[in-house]
Design a protein around this ligand. Structure first.
Ligand code: PAF
Length: 510
């Protein structure tokens, strides 16, 4: 593709009309650094869309004339960096073209009140309104498929996400983690203004935030007052330092697993921001849903895609059912039940075909637990209180440090009620019976009639959702996905996208 520089909005509209492919859009104010380069190269590596970068120093988002005037401008170098990192087109409009006077069709927007009344919004009055106005105008002109934003400006990212939802734009935000220099300082255009000593101060600040993260990992708490005192003792001039919920930007609550520690400091005349995400344990995804909704296949793929541990709780119940059957356990007999539960060990082991084998008391039962024979008894066995208590305890033990995706029927309600993402996966009975039938046909081990299968699924749904202990129930905060008509890959992509918007990329990489 020929590289192109567009300078007029009319020219951009014409180019857009004639463009056949989708657009990856990277909005910038120029003075491109490694952070921007990462945005462009991420866009380029993701797909074959056209990568469009805009360079526009938006006067509406500057709260001081002096800051606007001194904002570093390096346009020739920017063009070179953008093209050599994968941009196909660069849009460089001027102020009168972006905001023509007397043009009534330009919308001057207000940023979300909740999100802009914290952190930078407190002192930079009107800043986020200016960001929303320019981003909205650019998005309307460009109509991109994907929008690349740096997590460095976390509050801005949340506000733009909110804007896109509010305006019902069909645009996917792709967040890119903060890029840091070798001394730990995040890349920022304003770093250019710093003297050697000011840079040292910024380095101290960034390093202290990183240090707080390490302490938090151990202590699971943070003493904001003490940290502020420490920073002040190092002559760091703090504008704010806050420990907040990462999405609402409200004060953090004691049961929040993930939070953000964000600060702004003054180095000489330059104001700089930095943050770290703190977490007590790694994220957990809970996937619940009725039998045959595709949970196992989908969960396995999600685990692989997001590099999470796969906790197949259904297999644990099936394995216990298999053992009870083999040992002819009379599970109505409490003492017999107690004895066997005290001596059960279930472990998962990855096998060579990158799947998981299930072992119960050293028997590998991966295949056998999927038989119709086990399907017919697992619901009954999983409704035994002692069995559930035993397995919920085991599952929580595995989940203590997080970093997993678990599937079952009570994961989001009982096992991991604090999971970061809860999905309730469903499909119609017809669709589920169709899927089960082709699964069994493929295995070729048993013949079963389609209507009989539908009846079995209906019966299983009834048993699962009416049992006294941990019935199959959608958690209040779960996202329901009806998978009829969607391919497995489409459902996986949907869930991965939701996860990517819920969990900061910076956390996913830890
Ligand atoms: O982050 C920036 O560079 C700017 O705020 C943006 C998103 C390009 C809007 O002017």
């Amino acid at each position: 593709m020929n590289k192109i520089i567009i300078r007029k909005t009319e020219e951009l509209k014409e180019w857009r009309r004639n463009l056949q492919s989708d657009i990856n859009f990277i909005p910038t104010m120029g003075n491109l650094h490694d952070g921007h380069q990462k945005l462009i190269s991420t866009a380029q590596s993701l797909n074959c869309n056209t990568n469009l970068l805009s360079i526009f120093v938006n006067p509406l988002q500057f709260d001081s004339k002096e800051d606007l005037k001194s904002y570093p401008k390096t346009i020739d170098k920017d063009i070179e960096i953008a093209f050599s990192n994968g941009a196909d087109a660069i849009f460089i409009p001027n102020v009168t073209d972006m905001y023509p006077k007397k043009n009534k069709s330009i919308s001057y927007l207000k940023a979300s009140k909740e999100l802009s009344s914290a952190l930078c919004g407190l002192t930079r009055v009107g800043h986020f309104d200016g960001v929303c106005t320019v981003v909205y105008r650019l998005l309307k002109l460009i109509q991109p498929k994907n929008l690349f934003l740096g997590e460095k400006d976390w509050q801005q990212l949340l506000i733009i996400k909110n804007l896109i939802e509010e305006k019902k734009f069909n645009i996917k935000i792709i967040p890119v983690p903060t890029q840091r220099d070798s001394d730990g300082v995040p890349f920022s255009s304003r770093n250019k203004h710093l003297s050697k000593n000011e840079r040292k101060t910024l380095k101290l600040f960034s390093n202290e935030l990183e240090n707080a993260k390490i302490i938090f990992k151990k202590d699971k708490k943070i003493d904001l007052k003490q940290l502020t005192k420490k920073l002040k003792s190092k002559n760091i001039s703090i504008e704010y330092l806050e420990h907040l919920h990462p999405y609402s930007l409200k004060k953090v609550q004691s049961n929040d697993n993930i939070s953000i520690l964000a600060g702004a400091i003054k180095c000489g005349k330059t104001r700089l921001i930095d943050h770290v995400f703190l977490m007590k344990r790694k994220p957990i995804i809970a996937i619940d849903g009725p039998a045959g909704s595709g949970k196992s296949t989908i969960t396995k793929l999600i685990a692989k895609e997001l590099n999470l541990l796969y906790l197949d709780t259904g297999a644990m119940y099936r394995a216990i059912s298999w053992l009870f059957k083999k040992e002819k356990i009379d599970y109505a007999e409490e003492s017999e039940l107690k004895k066997i539960l005290n001596n059960i060990s279930i472990i998962f082991k990855s096998n060579s075909i990158s799947q998981q084998d299930v072992f119960i008391n050293n028997f590998c039962v991966t295949e056998e637990i999927r038989s119709q024979e086990i399907s017919a008894i697992v619901s009954k066995i999983s409704s035994i209180k002692k069995v559930r208590e035993f397995l919920v305890y085991e599952q929580r033990k595995i989940g203590q440090s997080g970093g997993l995706v678990a599937e079952g029927r009570d994961i989001g309600t009982t096992v991991f009620p604090n999971a970061e993402l809860k999905i309730f996966l469903t499909a119609s009975i017809d669709e589920r019976a169709k899927r089960r039938k082709s699964e069994l046909d493929l295995r070729g081990t048993e013949e079963i009639d389609f209507n009989q299968l539908k009846e079995l699924i209906r019966k299983r749904d009834f048993e699962d959702s009416t049992r006294k202990i941990s019935p199959l129930k959608k958690a209040n905060d779960a996202i329901e996905l009806l998978t009829d008509g969607y391919s497995i890959n489409e459902v996986v992509e949907k869930i991965v996208n939701i996860y990517n918007l819920k969990i900061p990329k910076e956390i996913q990489l830890e």
